[in-house]
Ligand binder design. Sequence first.
Ligand SMILES: CC(C)(COP(=O)(O)OP(=O)(O)OC[C@H]1O[C@@H](n2cnc3c(N)ncnc32)[C@H](O)[C@@H]1OP(=O)(O)O)[C@@H](O)C(=O)NCCC(=O)NCCS
Length: 174
Amino acid sequence: MSGDVLQTDRLILRPFTLADAEDYHRNIMADAEVMRFLLGVKSLDETRALLKNRFRMPSTGKPGVWAGILKDDPDEEVVGHVGFLEQELEGQPVEEMSYRLASRLWGTGIATEAASAARDWFFANTELEVFVGFILPENTPSIATAKRIGMSYWKDANVKGFDVQTFRHLGKQP
Ligand SMILES: CC(C)(COP(=O)(O)OP(=O)(O)OC[C@H]1O[C@@H](n2cnc3c(N)ncnc32)[C@H](O)[C@@H]1OP(=O)(O)O)[C@@H](O)C(=O)NCCC(=O)NCCS
């Protein structure tokens, strides 16, 4: 896989544009269930700022964030995201895998499908050897997805004032 757009069995993963803000807001940022472990719901302006300032466009060698659209949806509604955010862990730059999915699609394996595609892209298209996950210990669905795609528990850490469990994926290494 290369380029900006990825395909899985059920999904198109493509870069975000600001025109996706309403969909992403409705399905993700305005849903209290989705935002339960992410400091609660956000305003539409906050959603726009996230898309504009944090969701980098993926391109060869440079990880970013993809918008997820179901292939069988004629409206091409954005139902979540998957990708990588630049973060810091104990003073070191790291790439954090991030994923969020509309709650009506939970339990279908779609998040695993998306995260697997992003993982494969990462190791095929960057020179980076590891990505991490920062997950609150009580966010058991997220921990399960991380493990399903081959991430394993690394260590506890405090990230931006939150006590999280860190997970990591070391690519082909054991
Ligand atoms: C984290 C999140 C994406 C996980 O969603 P999910 O639907 O549970 O994730 P998965 O795609 O891994 O699906 C796994 C479930 O689908 C089921 N499933 C069905 N078909 C499947 C398939 N083909 N492949 C894998 N799992 C499948 C699994 O059995 C599992 O069900 P279970 O939860 O009853 O055990 C979702 O909970 C979410 O968006 N949370 C809010 C945002 C968030 O907290 N993000 C993470 C921040 S750290």
